[in-house]
Design a protein around this ligand. Structure first.
Ligand code: NAD
Ligand code: ZN
Ligand code: ZN
Length: 336
């Protein structure tokens, strides 16, 4: 079978390999769709911290069950994959937080992923597709990042949610916030992404982070209180440090975006508002199930997010173009 290996930064190679041999507890799946994520782009660019090469990328997967140690699936059945392979033994795993397992191995990041024709997966990480399309199944993982952030934040009905960063991750947060009854305020510096939020997702309040009267606009929108829930999905250290000032008194700030520097904020100000700061990493099986049911109920329209499509055998040729901001990629989808 054919595999696509990222052999070193900037270089993909198609290679032939044998079908994987199954062990107890594993299943063989045929890959049907792969969503391309920022992590894949950064890994290809060589800017993903601690990334090791060669590596087979791909963790946003729609697959077809072929065979293996899993009585609950039948051959040909379409599934998605929870790509966060946890140890099941550490404190986080024992506390129902396998998404932040101490020994986590993310499929397609810490170990080889889905840019192959067939892959073996521990069966416990396969999730039923309930009739969703291949596109929808490949979008479950990135949307679940948003579902997890909203669940961490314990969003309340009718609450304002300021989402900073309107990339695929921020857009997923906005969708899950809307479904959870939140009133979304989208913020970005990229006007075309703000326009996408307004036109495609129907977000009422879309604000430019560079706007000098952003604070005033937030006050007007929130009747003077400022947003009780602020979520970063930029991964930009300046944006992260800057956003503490937007929190309401008693508010929560959730960091979904990730960057490699220290963050700093005023302790007296944070004390004054009795702020709550949390990180949100990956997603759980429950988050996946909530997204699957939202897709089933057509509360989210997967096709809106897919801006580019590429057949597997053209990925090597097309992939570098997705790094160019002018390409306007939101979600590129690899098809088999
Ligand atoms: N929590 C998790 O498990 C998880 C999973 C996947 C990705 N991430 C992280 O989420 C972040 C977003 O991922 P993405 O794929 O959507 O990235 P992206 O680069 O496509 O989107 C980021 C958006 O932030 C905007 N932005 C940048 N600087 C800004 C600023 N100062 N003010 C306002 N907006 C600004 C950009 O214009 C862009 O639209 C990244 O940091 C990524 O590492 C986290
Ligand atoms: Zn991803
Ligand atoms: Zn663990």
């Amino acid at each position: 079978m054919e595999t696509l290996v990222c052999v070193s930064p900037g270089h993909f190679e198609y290679k032939a390999s044998n079908l994987p041999e199954l062990q107890a507890g594993e299943a063989l799946v045929k890959i049907r769709r792969i969503g391309i994520c920022g992590t894949d782009l950064h890994a290809f660019e060589g800017t993903q911290p601690y990334f090791e090469y060669p590596r087979i990328l791909g963790h946003e997967l729609a697959v077809e069950f072929v065979e293996g140690d899993a009585t609950q699936f039948s051959p040909g059945e379409k599934l998605t994959v929870l790509p966060y392979f946890n140890c099941n033994a550490c404190y986080a795993c024992r506390s129902m937080k396998p998404n932040c397992c101490e020994h986590l191995r993310v499929c397609g990041v810490h170990q080889d992923g889905g840019m192959v024709e067939y892959m073996k997966v521990p069966s416990r990480f396969l999730i039923k597709g309930y009739g969703l399309s291949e596109d929808e199944l490949a979008l479950v993982e990135p949307l679940s990042i948003g579902a997890h952030a909203i669940s961490r934040a314990q969003l309340r009905e009718g609450e304002f949610v300021m989402v900073i960063g309107a990339g695929p991750i921020g857009l997923g947060i906005m969708e899950m916030a809307r479904i959870g009854g939140g009133k979304v305020i989208a913020v970005d510096v990229n006007v075309s992404r703000l326009a996408f939020c307004q036109k495609m997702l129907g977000v009422e309040h879309c604000l430019n982070a560079r706007d000098s009267d952003l604070n005033e606009k937030l006050k007007t929108i929130t009747d003077g209180s400022m947003p009780p829930l602020v979520i970063d999905a930029t991964g930009n250290v300046n944006a992260i440090n800057n956003a503490f000032q937007y929190m309401a008194h008693g508010g929560r700030y959730v960091l979904v975006g990730l960057q490699k520097n220290d963050i700093t904020f005023s302790h007296p100000q944070f004390h004054k508002i009795e702020g709550t700061l949390m990180s949100s990493r990956n997603a759980t099986m429950d988050d996946f199930k909530r997204v699957i049911s939202a897709l089933q109920r057509k509360e989210i329209h997967a096709e809106k997010f897919i801006t580019h499509r590429v057949p597997f055998h053209h990925v090597k040729r097309e992939f570098p173009s997705y790094l160019n901001p002018a390409a306007g990629v939101i979600k590129a989808m690899i098809e088999f």
